[in-house]
Structure formats: C-alpha cells, structure tokens
Design a protein around this ligand. Structure first.
Ligand SMILES: C[S@@+](CC[C@H](N)C(=O)[O-])C[C@H]1O[C@@H](n2cnc3c(N)ncnc32)[C@H](O)[C@@H]1O
Length: 292
C-alpha cells in the first residue's frame, strides 16, 4: 500500500464500479453505506471526510468484496432498518423488507382506533420486525411474537431484549408452529386478540429469487408450490385467537392476493375481506375482520 493519502471519494467511486459490475443496482448507495459503516459515521457525513487510514481501507474492501459476492448488505453491517427500528440480523433469520412496512403502518393505524388494552400477535415473527415495530408504535399494546425456527428465535429474543425499556416489557416471545391450533391455543387464549399481523413464508417454490434471497432461510421464504402452504392452515388458527371485531393483515406473494382473499372468505368467520396494494399498485397484503 502506498503512503499517499487514500481519498474517501476515490474509494467509493472504485467500489461503486465493482459493485455495479457484480450486477448490484444500488451500487453507489451500497458503497457509501459500507464506507459509513467502516468509519462509524452517518452516510450524510461522508462528504466532509477527505481521507482514510490503511486499516479502514482494508476493512472497506473486505466488505465490498463480500457485497460483490452478493452477501446482503444487512448481513455485512449486522443490522436492518425497519420502520422506526434498527434490528440485529445475520445468517439464520429473514432480513425484514421495506414492503412489510405497509403492513406495519396498517396495523398501527388500526390499533389507534381500538380501545385499550390492545393485544397484538405477530405470527411468523422472524427478527421481530412487526412485533417490536408495533410495540414501539402502539404504546398501550401488549404484543406476542410467534416463531418456529430455533435460529430465528435467537435473533428474535436478542432484538426483544435490546428493545428500549418501555417497549420490551410489553413483548412476549412464543416458540410455536402457527399452523398448529393446539400449540397456539396453549400460548394465546381463544378470542383474546385485537390484531394479528403476519408476514409468513409465501413465495411459490417455482419462483426465481435474487442471489441475496439465498441468504434468507428457505423456511422463511417459500410457502409450498402455490405460496399458500402456511397461510391456508394458519387462517383457522387466526380465527380462533381473534376477538369478535378483531382484525388480521396477511402479507402475501404478488401472485396470491386472490387466493388469500378466497381463503379468508371460505373460512366463513371473517368479513370486510380487503385486498391492499402498495404505492406502486402491487398487491401486498389482505386484511379482514373477525365476525361475531
Ligand atoms: C417471511 S419471514 C418473516 C419474518 C418477519 N415477520 C418479517 O417480516 O421480517 C417468515 C418467518 O416465518 C417463520 N415460519 C415459517 N413457518 C412457520 C410456522 N409454521 N410457524 C411459525 N413460524 C414459521 C420463518 O422461520 C420465518 O422467520
């Protein structure tokens, strides 16, 4: 390595070219993000940092090489942003996606219209994105996070324990299969829940997914041949736990909005079944109200 000062702007430019050559659309943003991670500063501050030392240069290029091999940015920096949260993530847990923030916003708005105490359940909780997000946004809510996978449960428990005081005390973690009525019934009394929010595994097995998705556990991503293998058996479990008038929001694959609507209607215990889209008009999640 030469003694000449290494300029941050030059390194970001070279890294951007390497990431773009690796097929990463957000090459510039990722390069800046990784530089700010290495320098422990906000990305907005990079503009005022002129040069970096050799140790930081090495750390930066190690991170860029990982990213060029399509390791998710979130695994390299160890965190994922979700709504108001910064969650710890890594191998073994699904990286929360920005599109799930629509479901978070819907559930938080729905909770705001309900009388206290609001009892919320996040089924298929993964890192705890929805559960911790809702406990943060809905200050009166008691929130239960349900997850089946041991590796995911470790990340979930860590994120719950690291949630701020005033939030973590209102969160419970349950290790259970959301399709098993007996397991869920032992943890969550029938008719006790105000809102269920769930982002289950829903990608149909035949779908092509990007290289970064290979880093998510298959159990977190795929929902059988039709993307409905968890959603269909989960619906009667949801119906049992919801109080009359309680609400459910189920995120789903782009291709399965009608299937989720049909499944909720066919159950017979829900009304106001509504397919919801994101700002780009893509079908994103379905909501319904427990009758009774
Ligand atoms: C798509 S990820 C969603 C994680 C999180 N809710 C989020 O939005 O980031 C689905 C999660 O469901 C869990 N899961 C899969 N099948 C399950 C089941 N039968 N019961 C409980 N959790 C399950 C997976 O382990 C994974 O953590």
């Amino acid at each position: 390595m030469s003694d000449a000062p290494v300029r941050v702007a030059d390194e970001i430019r070279r890294a951007t070219a390497q990431l773009a050559a690796a097929g990463i659309d957000s090459a510039r943003r990722d390069a800046e993000w990784l530089m700010s991670h290495v320098l422990s500063c906000d990305p907005g501050r990079l503009i005022v940092i002129d040069t970096i030392d050799d140790a930081h240069v090495r750390e930066f290029w190690t991170a860029i090489d990982q990213r060029a091999r399509r390791t998710p940015l979130q695994h390299i920096v160890g965190t994922a942003a979700f709504g108001p949260l910064e969650l710890a993530v890594g191998p073994g847990v699904f990286i929360p996606r920005p599109e799930t923030e629509y479901l978070l916003e819907w559930a938080a708005s729905a909770a705001a219209t309900m009388a206290d105490p609001v009892r919320i359940v996040d089924l298929c909780s993964g890192s705890g994105a929805l559960a911790i997000g809702l406990a943060t946004l809905v200050r009166s809510a008691r929130v239960t996070a349900v997850e089946i996978d041991d590796a995911a449960l470790k990340w979930l428990r860590r994120n719950v324990s690291e949630a701020p005081s005033g939030v973590r005390e209102r969160l419970d973690v349950v290790a259970a299969d959301v399709t098993d009525a007996d397991q869920i019934g032992r943890a969550i009394p029938a008719g006790s829940v105000s809102i269920v929010a769930t982002n289950p595994p829903y990608v149909p097995l035949r779908s092509e997914v990007g290289p970064e998705v290979d880093h998510d556990p298959a159990r977190a991503v795929f929902g059988g041949d039709d993307g409905m293998s968890v959603i269909v058996p989960m619906v009667p479990v949801i119906a049992t736990m919801l109080a009359p008038g309680g609400l459910v929001g189920i995120e789903h694959d782009d291709t399965t909005s009608d299937a989720v609507v049909d499944c909720l209607r066919a159950h017979g215990g829900f009304d106001e079944v509504t397919a919801r889209t994101d700002l780009a008009g893509r079908p994103r999640f379905v909501t319904a109200r427990r009758v009774g």
